[in-house]
Design a protein around this ligand. Structure first.
Ligand SMILES: [Zn+2]
Length: 316
């Protein structure tokens, strides 16, 4: 093993051949490394190549830290855990159940991606039960000389956790601090079915309370302006939820609402300085139709619970 730095490194998984869309974080520890979000198995060749590029091989990997189980973050976990017995997989307890028995997760992803599942994500295998390390948030992990705190950070997904490496003060936040690719401003990935704006804003407070000096986003990489980033992301999340509410109030049919949303999303990213090529990368990290579906579901659930009046109230 050649890689002995303290800071986390970024491996670009070149998702579907595109750079800058999905990142795995490589966190050094005694005698090896930990990986935060290994990505989908369709990207395993790129991940193996990326490890080799910094002098590492799979036997150096001491564990997987999953922020959540969406396929773009965690799809390769079962393949890796089966291939390398003894490699622990840290994940929120709700996610752990689905990784052990992936039928429901695969069915729900198939509803979103249909025939495109294999091309996008590759195989999805169960994680053996003895490899799973279920978390609930609040844990202080001591992993091969590395002190890593775990926080429960729902909002994007009900089983989302974030990790804080005390040595480098880096917070690994998955999708909780949004999507920010080179050349485009930060925005929220809000796929169905779990979106919860109030919980999400509270999770941003949780991350800010760590006082991180760097945020590592799966989409894409490390940013060293956490205060500014979180403040901007908070605004953009509330704006998007508000725009979705206003669009729902117009009462159009689903197909036209999706089209209008996609246009809104592109205009918003352009208005905030996004370049066209970067907006396309952003969309492959977080398809705009799914952003609409997740926000629409969020509001429809609230209407079911509290009546149509909620469509005249703030998002959280
Ligand atoms: Zn993601």
């Amino acid at each position: 093993m050649h890689y002995t730095g303290r800071m986390a490194r970024t491996i670009d998984l070149h998702f579907l051949g595109t750079p800058g869309v999905i990142a795995t974080a490589v966190v050094p520890c005694d005698g090896g490394v930990l990986l935060v979000d290994p990505g989908p198995s369709s990207c395993l060749p790129a991940l193996t190549e990326g490890l080799r590029g910094i002098g590492l091989a799979w036997p150096d990997v001491r564990g997987l830290l999953l922020t959540h189980i969406h396929l773009d973050h965690a799809g390769a976990s079962g393949t890796l855990a089966q291939r390398w017995p003894g490699m622990p997989v840290y994940v929120h307890a709700i996610g752990a159940r689905h990784l052990a028995q992936p039928e429901r997760l695969v069915a729900s992803a198939t509803r979103l991606y249909g025939d495109d599942m294999a091309r996008l994500w590759g195989e999805f295998l169960a994680v053996p039960a003895d490899a799973l390390r279920p978390l609930t948030g609040g844990e202080a992990l001591a992993l091969h000389g590395r002190a890593i705190d775990v926080a429960y950070t729902p909002g994007h997904a009900v089983h989302h956790v974030s990790y804080f490496d005390r040595t480098t003060r880096t917070a690994f936040v998955g999708d909780t601090a949004g999507v920010r690719v080179e050349g485009a401003p930060v925005f929220a990935a809000t796929p169905p079915p779990d979106i919860d704006i109030a919980a999400w804003l509270a999770s941003l407070d949780t991350i800010a309370a760590w006082g991180p000096s760097s945020l590592f986003l799966t989409h894409f990489g490390a940013y060293d302006d956490p205060d500014r980033h979180v403040a901007q992301f908070r605004d953009t999340l509330v704006q998007a939820a508000t725009a979705a509410r206003d669009l729902l109030r117009t009462g159009g049919d689903d197909a036209s609402l999706v089209t209008q949303w996609q246009a809104w999303q592109r205009d918003d990213l352009r208005a905030r300085g996004g370049l066209d090529a970067a907006i396309r990368s952003a969309e492959s990290a977080a398809p705009f139709d799914q952003i609409w579906q997740g926000l629409a579901r969020y509001w429809r659930k609230r209407v079911e619970k509290d009546g149509p009046g909620v469509l005249h109230t703030p998002p959280a």
